[in-house]
Structure formats: C-alpha cells, structure tokens
Write a protein that binds this ligand. Structure first.
Ligand code: ZN
Length: 131
C-alpha cells in the first residue's frame, strides 16, 4: 500500500498518522507490525509529538542549524544537506499493531519529513499480520 504526499515547503514535517490508520483499518489486520517506508534519499520518516506544531518547527529549525544547506559539500546536485538529514532521521519506522490499533504513545504521531521540497513523494506501508 502507498501514501502519496505532495510537499509544499523546502523543509516540512507532515503528520501521516491518520492515513496510516486508514490503511490499517482497510487491511483488517488486528495484530502484527506496520512498516512505514519512505522511498526517497532526501526525505525520512520519524515519530514525534503531533499535539503541538511548535515541536515540528523546533525540530526543523534545529536540524537546519546542525546541517546547513551550504557547507562546501561535494555532491553535484547541491542537496547534500537533505541527503544527510534523510540518513540521520532514517527512511522507516515500525509500529506494533494490537487489536486493530497502532501502539503509539499519547503524544506520538508519524511524520513524513521533507528535506528537499516541494516535491511529490511516496510512502510505502506494509502491514504484516502475526502468524
Ligand atoms: Zn542529491
């Protein structure tokens, strides 16, 4: 299964928790694992606070300070900062599924992280039932 995402900013965190929940519901799987995978080298998947949007801003502001866009990188495409952020955050997350619900903490949400937008992006979601 796939989630299509259109990003609108150069750096952006997009809450995809509700889309993942919809795919889980559609699958009818009650117990297992949900694997969420970004098919891109300049984007990532992370889990963090989705109650206060200021957290997303703080994360992006901080990571942009740690890895500035211009830092004498060698990659010809000129977007090495986005590649580095993508690797630091990582391309995927695995979430347990119990009784049809994602096992997430109260404040946890699933985010697609754009580091070189705006672009059209795809996230693969694999739901594996317990055997
Ligand atoms: Zn590149």
């Amino acid at each position: 299964m796939q989630i299509d995402i259109k990003t609108h900013a150069h750096s952006q965190m997009i809450d995809i928790t509700s889309q993942v929940r919809q795919l889980v519901k559609k699958s009818n799987v009650q117990n297992g694992l949900v694997h969420i995978f970004s098919m891109h080298t300049t984007a990532a998947i992370t889990i963090n606070d989705n109650a206060d949007h200021a957290v997303e801003e703080d994360i992006l502001n901080s990571i942009n300070k740690v890895i500035p866009w211009d830092d004498q990188f060698k990659h010809m495409e000129g977007n090495s900062a986005a590649h580095i952020k993508g690797s630091l955050f990582g391309p995927s997350e695995i979430i347990p599924l119990e009784n049809g619900s994602l096992v997430l903490g109260t404040w946890q949400g699933i985010f697609f992280c754009e580091f070189d937008g705006p672009r059209d992006r795809q996230v693969n979601v694999k739901i594996q039932a317990d055997s």
